[in-house]
Design a protein around this ligand. Sequence first.
Ligand SMILES: NC(=O)c1ccc[n+]([C@@H]2O[C@H](COP(=O)([O-])OP(=O)(O)OC[C@H]3O[C@@H](n4cnc5c(N)ncnc54)[C@H](OP(=O)(O)O)[C@@H]3O)[C@@H](O)[C@H]2O)c1
Length: 177
Amino acid sequence: MKILVTGCNGLLGQKLVELLTSKPDHYLIATAKSRLIPTLLQGEFHLLDITDRSEVNEVLSKTKPDVVINASAYNFVDQAELEPEKAFAVNKTGPENLAKATAELNIPSGVKVRIILDNQDDTPEEFDSHALNREKHVPPKSRVTLFIGPLDPGRYLFEGETSESRGNAALGVLVVQ
Ligand SMILES: NC(=O)c1ccc[n+]([C@@H]2O[C@H](COP(=O)([O-])OP(=O)(O)OC[C@H]3O[C@@H](n4cnc5c(N)ncnc54)[C@H](OP(=O)(O)O)[C@@H]3O)[C@@H](O)[C@H]2O)c1
């Protein structure tokens, strides 16, 4: 199994690197915001700031892990009140970026599929994919049906971005096998 760990220089991250490098059944993709401190005996290393959405997408698309463990954190509890933006960036936006980039929808190749876009939000959303050459507007609190395919095997990135929801775009990958 390919396991990607974020924040590998932290206390938890270092322990995970130590543990996973000793497990021959797993392949470790170690990541950290800055240069990796522990010795990486097996696997690979990438720089990854989890608050940077495009960096998260790039590293996850490139490494294609089966599992992501987020060991990054803003841990300065008292300081968090003085710099809430930093705390929210690492503890909220970062995990959100990881969750969105790992949201996979698996569909078979060579067949046409129906996807139901369910916008539970009270702001408009948009299904947008350059890879699929598709755009679909989804009004607030409504469902829209989208027919896709037949597609060749591969990974097709999609996101949701409207002027109202910019910066809070849903994102995922359509995995065609
Ligand atoms: N340690 C424990 O005993 C313990 C126990 C229970 C739960 N936990 C939980 O485990 C998690 C990690 O805790 P920890 O003790 O390992 O914390 P830590 O030693 O402070 O490590 C946190 C790591 O997160 C990294 N980081 C900060 N911002 C980042 C970003 N934007 N992108 C990528 N990495 C970033 C830091 O890198 P830099 O050093 O480069 O800033 C640091 O290496 C927390 O959620 C904590 O609550 C820990």
